[in-house]
Design a protein around this ligand. Structure first.
Ligand code: BES
Ligand code: MN
Ligand code: ZN
Length: 506
C-alpha cells in the first residue's frame, strides 16, 4: 500500500472516498464543519452541517455516515467516521478509524482512499506524526487477510486490496512529521501482519523446521546473523528440558538465534519467543475441543521475528538478539511422561508433573542460553498459561519480572503503542507452588496463580539480568473481530517490542 501526504483543500481532492474522522463535542451546534471544510460542505448542499448539527450523525466511536457528491472536481464520496469524544481522543481511536476506513473502502470496491487529518484532530491529543502513524497502522492492519490456503476466495469477499492511501493535511508545515509517522506506522503494521501470517499457518506447515528456515530467510533479507542448533547440537549444548518436550514428536527440534548487533561494544537486548508449533499437551493431552487453536502456540516466536523485522527496517541503533526454541509437543511412546525427572541447561533438575506445561521447559533452556550475551535486558514472550486468559482476557498482556525499571519501561511502551500490559506480582512466597519432593523444581504449580507460578518457574533460569516475561495467551488470538483485527492471530508483541526499543534509543 502506497501512503502519500497531500496538503490543501479537502473539497478539491480527487479521490473516490474521502474519510473525515469526526470528534464528538459537548455542543452540537458548535460542531458545524469549519477549518477548511466549508467548500466541501457547500458542494454537498450543506449535508455535513445538517448531519452533524441535526444529530443524525453523533460521531460516536465507530459510527459512520456515507455521503455521495455530485460535481466535477473533488471527492466522489465522503465518509464521516466517529472517533468519540474529543477529550478522549487516543491513537487507538485513530487506529480503529484507519481499520474501519479500509474495510469500508473494500466493501465499496475501491482501491484508493484519502483521509482528512483536520486541524481539530491535530490540535488535540494527536499531533501529525502520531495521527499519521495511528491511521496508517489501522489501515495496514485492517487490510490483512489470509487466503493463501483456499483454492477460491470466499463468496462474500470480493474486496480489492487498498493500493493507495492519501493523508490530507491542512498545511504543509506538518508534512514531514506526517510522512515519518506514516512510514513508522506502515512498517510496524506490516511486521505485525507478518507475525499474524506465521501464527495462522497450521501446524502441518509451520513446524520447527519451518521456523528455522524462515529465520534463515529473514536473516538474509535483513542482514542478521542467524544460528540454528539442531538436535545433535542441542544435546551437546545441554538443552535437556527442550529436548524432553520435543522427544514425543516426529518433528525435529531447533533452537534459533538471530543477532542484529550494529554496535559490537554494547550489550544486546535479548528477546525470547516461545515456539511451540503445535501444543497437543503431550501425554497430559488437552481436551479436543479448541485444540486446533494450539497452532498459535508459536505466537511468541512470531512476535520476536516480526519485531526484529521492524527494528531492522527502521534501522534502530540498538543491538537486539532474538532467541526461539522451536518444538512440537506431542504424545507418543517416546514422549516425556508425567512424573519424569529431566535435566536442563542450567543443571537444575525438573519434575515434569504435567507435560502440558511445556512452554516453560523450553523457555527455561532458552533463558539460560541468553546469559552468553550478558543481556542489558532480557524479555521473553509466550502463550504460556490458560490462567492469563482467565485473569486478563483479550485486553492486556500479563507482565511479570525481576526489575522495576524494566517493568516501567515496558508498561510505558505498551501505553504508547496500544498493546497494553498489566503487571502481576512475583513474590517469593509463590515459590512454594513449584517446590518438588523429588527434584529441584516441578513444572506446574496447579491451579492457583497459574500465570505467576509459571513466571516463578522461568525466574529460576534467568541469570543476574533485568528480565521481564510477557504472557500473551489471551492477547495473541482474537475470538472477536474488531475494527482493525479479524478473528484469528493478532501479531501482538511486535509493536510493543519495537516501541520499547525505540524508547531506549531515544
Ligand atoms: N499453550 C498453553 C497455554 C495456553 C492455553 C495458551 C490456552 C493459549 C490458550 C500452555 O502450554 C499450557 O498448556 N499451559 C497449561 C499449564 C498448566 C498445565 C500448568 C495451562 O495453562 O493450562
Ligand atoms: Mn501446553
Ligand atoms: Zn503451550
Amino acid at each position: 500500500m502506497d501512503i502519500d501526504i497531500v496538503v490543501g483543500d479537502p473539497g478539491a481532492l480527487e479521490t473516490p472516498l474521502l474519510v473525515l474522522p469526526w470528534c464528538q463535542g459537548a455542543d452540537r451546534e458548535a460542531e458545524r464543519p469549519g477549518d477548511g471544510l466549508e467548500a466541501l460542505d457547500e458542494s454537498l448542499g450543506l449535508a455535513l452541517t445538517r448531519a452533524v448539527t441535526g444529530g443524525d450523525f453523533r460521531a460516536r466511536r465507530g459510527e459512520g455516515l456515507l455521503l455521495y457528491r455530485r460535481g466535477e472536481a473533488g471527492p466522489d464520496r465522503v465518509l464521516l467516521t466517529g472517533v468519540g469524544e474529543r477529550g478522549d481522543l487516543t491513537p487507538e481511536r485513530l487506529r480503529e478509524c484507519g481499520g474501519r476506513a479500509v474495510r469500508r473502502a473494500g466493501e465499496l470496491g475501491l482501491s484508493e482512499l484519502s483521509v482528512w487529518l483536520s486541524p481539530d484532530l491535530l490540535g488535540g491529543a494527536a499531533d501529525a506524526q502520531v495521527a499519521a502513524r495511528a491511521f496508517s497502522e489501522g489501515a495496514v492492519l485492517g487490510q490483512w487477510r489470509f487466503d493463501e490456503l483456499r483454492s477460491e476466495p470466499p463468496d462474500d469477499d470480493h474486496r480489492p486490496a487498498l493500493e493507495s492511501l492519501a493523508l490530507a493535511l491542512p498545511t504543509a508545515n506538518a508534512g514531514d512529521a506526517a510522512r515519518s509517522g506514516a512510514e513508522l506506522g506502515s512498517v510496524l503494521a506490516a511486521a505485525q501482519n507478518y507475525a499474524r501470517e506465521l501464527a495462522i499457518r497450521p501446524g502441518n506447515i509451520v513446524n520447527p523446521k519451518y521456523l528455522a528456515d524462515e529465520a534463515r530467510r529473514l536473516g538474509v533479507e535483513l542482514g542478521l546473523k542467524v544460528t540454528i542448533l539442531d538436535r545433535e547440537m542441542l544435546k551437546k549444548d545441554g538443552m535437556e528440558a527442550l529436548l524432553a518436550v520435543a522427544q514425543g514428536s516426529e518433528e525435529e527440534p531447533f533452537f534459533i538465534a538471530l543477532e542484529r548487533c550494529p554496535d559490537p561494544d554494547a550489550r544486546p537486548l535479548v528477546l525470547v519467543g516461545k515456539g511451540v508449533t503445535f501444543d497437543s499437551g503431550g501425554l497430559s493431552l488437552k481436551p479436543s475441543s479448541g485444540m486446533e487453536h494450539m497452532k498459535y502456540d508459536m505466537s511468541g516466536a512470531a512476535a520476536v521475528l516480526g519485531a526484529l523485522r521492524a527494528i531492522a527496517q527502521l534501522g534502530l541503533p540498538a543491538n537486539v538478539v532474538g532467541l526461539i526454541p522451536a518444538v512440537e509437543n506431542m504424545p507418543s511412546g517416546r514422549a516425556v511422561r508425567p512424573g519424569d525427572i529431566i535435566g536442563s541447561r542450567s543443571r537444575k533438575t525438573i519434575e515434569v508433573v504435567n507435560t502440558d506445561a511445556e512452554g516453560r521447559l523450553i523457555l527455561a533452556d532458552a533463558l539460560n542460553y541468553a546469559a552468553r550475551y550478558e543481556p542489558e535486558a532480557l524479555i521473553d514472550i509466550a502463550t504460556l498459561t490458560g490462567s492469563c486468559v482467565v485473569a486478563l482476557g483479550a485486553e492486556a498482556i500479563g507482565l511479570l519480572g525481576n526489575d522495576a525499571a524494566l517493568i516501567d519501561e515496558i508498561r510505558a511502551a505498551g501505553d504508547r503503542c496500544g498493546e497494553r500490559v498489566w503487571q502481576l506480582p512475583l513474590w517469593d512466597e509463590y515459590r512454594e507452588l513449584i517446590k518438588s519432593d523429588v527434584a529441584d523444581i516441578k513444572n506446574s504449580g496447579g491451579r492457583p496463580a497459574g500465570t505467576i507460578s509459571a513466571a516463578m518457574f522461568l525466574r529460576e533460569f534467568v541469570g543476574p539480568y533485568p528480565w521481564a516475561h510477557l504472557d500473551i495467551a489471551g492477547t495473541a488470538w482474537a475470538e472477536k473481530a474488531g475494527p482493525y483485527r479479524s478473528v484469528g492471530p493478532t501479531g501482538v508483541g511486535v509493536r510493543l517490542f519495537t516501541e520499547w526499543v525505540r524508547g531506549r534509543v531515544g
